[in-house]
Design a binder for this molecule. Structure first.
Ligand SMILES: [Zn+2]
Ligand SMILES: [Zn+2]
Length: 177
């Protein structure tokens, strides 16, 4: 997703867009890896203005995904959304070292080259950060029985897990990151 830099001033411009997931290679990658399925395009809202020699972008991105619960393995749908601020500087005017030191902060700094700002990689990053590492269908998900594999959310299966419960929870603390 690109916009032309020319024409922005200190007067904020508001832009809204819907962009297909197909335009975001990093998001297609996680989808193909089976981490999540995108159910909607990205809904994007931007407020853009020029501040000194930088283009300042306040953005909001939202979409809907299907994830598999890490405890009970059942698929569920959830909304992802993120607010972000990015300062874009003309790459030819700004030394690289300055950009690196800025990225350590909350605000994202990114270069643009030529007459266009390409938002793609910054938007991808924001969305990827919102995908939970261990998705849960709900906070209280009871998971599946370690003995019979029954979904414990739909009721107690009757297995005696008094021995296995402890081993299982101890194991969970040593999950490979
Ligand atoms: Zn679950
Ligand atoms: Zn069971």
């Amino acid at each position: 997703m690109r916009i032309r830099v020319e024409g922005f001033s200190d007067v904020p411009v508001v832009l809204s867009a819907q962009e297909p997931i197909a335009d975001f290679p990093a998001l297609l990658d996680v989808q193909e890896a089976g981490e999540c399925t995108f159910l909607e395009p990205l809904h994007l809202d931007f407020t853009i203005y020029k501040e000194f020699r930088q283009i300042r972008v306040h953005g909001h991105v939202s979409t809907k995904v299907r994830l598999a619960c890490s405890r009970c393995l059942i698929a569920f749908e959830t909304d992802l959304e993120s607010d972000f601020t990015i300062f874009y500087s003309n790459a030819t005017e700004m030394p690289i070292e300055e950009e690196v030191s800025l990225t350590a902060e909350d605000l994202i700094s990114a270069p643009y080259v030529g007459d266009y700002i390409d938002f793609t990689s910054e938007i991808e990053e924001q969305v990827l950060l919102e995908i939970p590492y261990k998705p849960l269908c709900h906070e209280e998900c009871k998971g599946i029985c370690v003995k019979c594999g029954a979904d414990l959310n739909s009721g107690e299966c009757g297995c005696d897990r008094s021995g296995t419960g402890l081993a299982f929870s101890a194991l969970k603390n040593f999950t490979v990151k």
